[in-house]
Each structure stands twice: as C-alpha cells, then as structure tokens.
Design a binder for this molecule. Structure first.
Ligand code: URA
Length: 235
C-alpha cells in the first residue's frame, strides 16, 4: 500500500494532507526517514511513525454523527484552548471530522477513523449536499434571495450558487433553508454578510441523505448501514 494511503486510512488526515506530512520529513518507516510520496509499505510488517508516534491501521471502522453545539471547535487541539468536539465523544479510536463547522455553528457533523471514506465524502467532485437552517436579522427580500441563489460576489470573487428558501419572517428575524454542495470556508456566513444581514443562528441539518434527526445538542450515535451506504454509493 502507498504510504500516503496507509497514513490517511489510519485516520491521520486526508491523503493530500498526508502528502504534506511526508514531505515535511516527519514520517519514518522502520526507523528510516521517508520524504518521497511513492513509497510502499506493508501494513502488517512495517513500523511507521509520525513525529515519533507509531501509526496503525484501525482494527475496525467507526462512523458517528454528532450534533455539535455552538462553542466547540472542530480541531483535535485548539490553539486558543477552547473546548473541542472530541471532548464530547467517548471513543478510544483516533477520530476526525469530515469537514468542519465554525466554532459558532451548530448541528450535524460526521466523524470517522476511515480515511478513505472521509476522502470520498469530502471530495468536491461528488458535490455532497449540505443543508443549513439559518436565522438572520431583518426581513430578507426576494431580490436578496435571488442574489444568493446566483452566487454573491465578494471582492470580485463569486461564491458558488446556493439553493435558498425563505421559511418564515417573525419578530424581526427571517428563517431560511440553505443548501450548498461545496464547502468553502465560512461560505454561508459570507453569503449573508454580503447581503448585509447578520446571522443569529446557523445549524447544519443534513449531509447528503444523513439527517441530524432527533439528536439533541452534544449527543451522537453510529450511522446506520443505510446512511453509510447513501454517502458512498456510486463512488
Ligand atoms: N458555512 C459557514 O459559514 N459556517 C459553517 O460552519 C458551515 C457553513
């Protein structure tokens, strides 16, 4: 197996990130530093380390959906010392999230130790839909919805188009459903900043066919076989 595939299947990071880790000279195979990408390893025989720590393929795969509360970072260790989603999960496996939600965003996030699976679901080529519920300040007009649907322009750059539906306007706040199939950094927040409406609540409710369902904040559970298959089918 290629070294980058071995590392990503071990839950270290995406394959591209693993390439960077290899190039940085942090990976040793049987005590020898390796900084070439094409090296083959035998997972049963070879001893692979990163920064001196042994790396193993997981003995079994775990796939979890979590309702991330607001106020948690999606990093393994946060440089600002903030709480992380990993503190919410009781698992001996080295899990990582497929994509991230901002610190202030809540809702559905999928975690796994299966690097290959994560690469597939996250890859932009597959356009996995992500659906959000947004509560924004003020009344959002049809003309503003049209701008978001076409793709807002920020500093001369057009963000990808989005499916946007207005659900209600009550007590000075508009509730909307927003569906995007790319995951650019702060994409939904930037869309609303561009039309001049402050977001009060941003919550992800669906990834592909996987729904947040009745999970309460901070709660998690295993993906069902059906949910798992829906994310990787035809890939
Ligand atoms: N878009 C955002 O702006 N933030 C998120 O956390 C997810 C999507």
């Amino acid at each position: 197996m290629r070294l980058n595939k071995f590392l990503s299947n071990s839950g270290i990071a995406s394959r591209r990130k693993c390439d960077d880790i290899i190039k940085e000279g942090r990976v040793f195979v049987n005590g020898k530093q390796v900084d070439e990408l094409g090296v083959q390893v035998n997972p049963k025989k070879d001893k692979v380390t990163i920064d001196g720590k042994r790396v193993n393929l997981p003995s079994s795969f775990v796939y979890i959906k979590l309702n991330k509360p607001k106020g948690y970072a999606c990093t393994a260790s946060d440089e600002k010392g903030r709480k992380t989603i990993y503190e919410l999960i009781d698992s001996d496996e080295r899990l990582f999230s497929i994509g991230r939600l901002d610190y202030d965003t809540e809702g559905l996030i999928i975690l796994t130790n299966d690097g290959e699976f994560a690469n597939k679901v996250a890859h932009p080529r597959y356009h996995t839909e992500k659906e959000y519920r947004v509560t924004a300040e003020g009344e959002i007009k049809e003309s503003e919805l049209a701008v978001m649907r076409k793709g807002v322009v920020i500093d001369g750059e057009r963000l990808p188009s989005a499916r946007v539906e207005k659900l209600s306007f009550e007590n000075g706040f508009t509730k909307l459903s927003v569906v995007i199939d790319e995951g650019q950094n702060r994409q939904v927040r930037r869309m609303f900043e561009a039309i001049g409406h402050q977001i009060k609540l941003l919550k992800r409710v669906r990834i592909g066919a996987v729904r947040l369902g009745g999970l309460s904040r901070g709660q998690y559970k295993d993906l069902t076989e059906e949910e798992l298959n829906s994310l990787v089918k035809d890939r």
